[in-house]
Ligand binder design. Sequence first.
Ligand SMILES: Nc1nc2c(ncn2[C@@H]2O[C@H](COP(=O)(O)OP(=O)(O)OP(=O)(O)O)[C@@H](O)[C@H]2O)c(=O)[nH]1
Ligand SMILES: [Mg+2]
Length: 282
Amino acid sequence: MDMNEKIEILKSEFQKLSKDGQAWVQHLSVEMNKQEWFQKLPPFIQNIPPLQLYVALVVLFLTMFFFFIVRFFNRKTSNTILLTGLSGSGKTVLFYQLRDGSAHQGTVTSMEPNEGSFVLHSETTKKGKVKPVHLVDVPGHSRLQTKLDDFLPQAAGVVFVVDAVEFLPKSRAVSEYLYDILTKASVVKKNIPVLILCNKVDKVTAHTKEFIRKQLEKEIDKLRASRNVVSEADVSNEFTLGIPGETFAFSHCRNKVTVAEASGGTGEITQLELFIREHVKP
Ligand SMILES: Nc1nc2c(ncn2[C@@H]2O[C@H](COP(=O)(O)OP(=O)(O)OP(=O)(O)O)[C@@H](O)[C@H]2O)c(=O)[nH]1
Ligand SMILES: [Mg+2]
């Protein structure tokens, strides 16, 4: 073996050694990381056999998945729409328009919720199977407004009917009732959509929906200030409305709040039907 050959062999040996060394150092640092990570876990977990740990994780995941599915379908399958609003705003007339396509002249102040499950009158000519809507007309009389709480947990949507003709003299009472609905835990937590329906637009003296929306936002802003003072004293489960420090707007609500027009008297209820079918799929 000449000198050159010896040098070559030495070189390759050295290269091999340094490669092994590098790999060994890498392996060591990974192992150390693993151990450090493992040591950070609480001792009782370190003592659990890995198989049990995996089973527990799988069970936890499946349970979460199950709850998610149940919630998802519960919400999607609800077909209840509530008609609310002050007495005389025209809820019962709207109820009959939706069901029969006629106004049933001569309705009186309702004393009981008016309930029914049916396919909307305008859809009766449609071919194929249409999912019925469960409609509840909750009386507007102040002593009967509490009936609303019985139906809210199952609601897919709430229609808040406002008399657009007699709006100004009643605007304070209208705002108070709407404020109560928008701050209810069952509405906020379940993100129930609310449609403010300005009714009786067949009359020339009816206010526009834009005017009514602005007035309501102003009134609710005032109410918010006065009610916040009260609710600091007695702890209630109600939610506060809007963004603190900003003038109230319906767009600040977590749930969707929209405004539309209708005339139960003349049967102009397209926007109402669209809202219903947006939240109760046919
Ligand atoms: N001009 C006009 N009048 C209407 C309209 N809808 C309802 N009305 C009248 O408003 C009055 C009250 O209507 P209702 O449907 O009984 O009101 P409600 O909201 O059910 O009232 P409560 O049952 O007391 O909560 C009736 O005299 C109706 O004829 C409408 O679109 N246009
Ligand atoms: Mg009624």
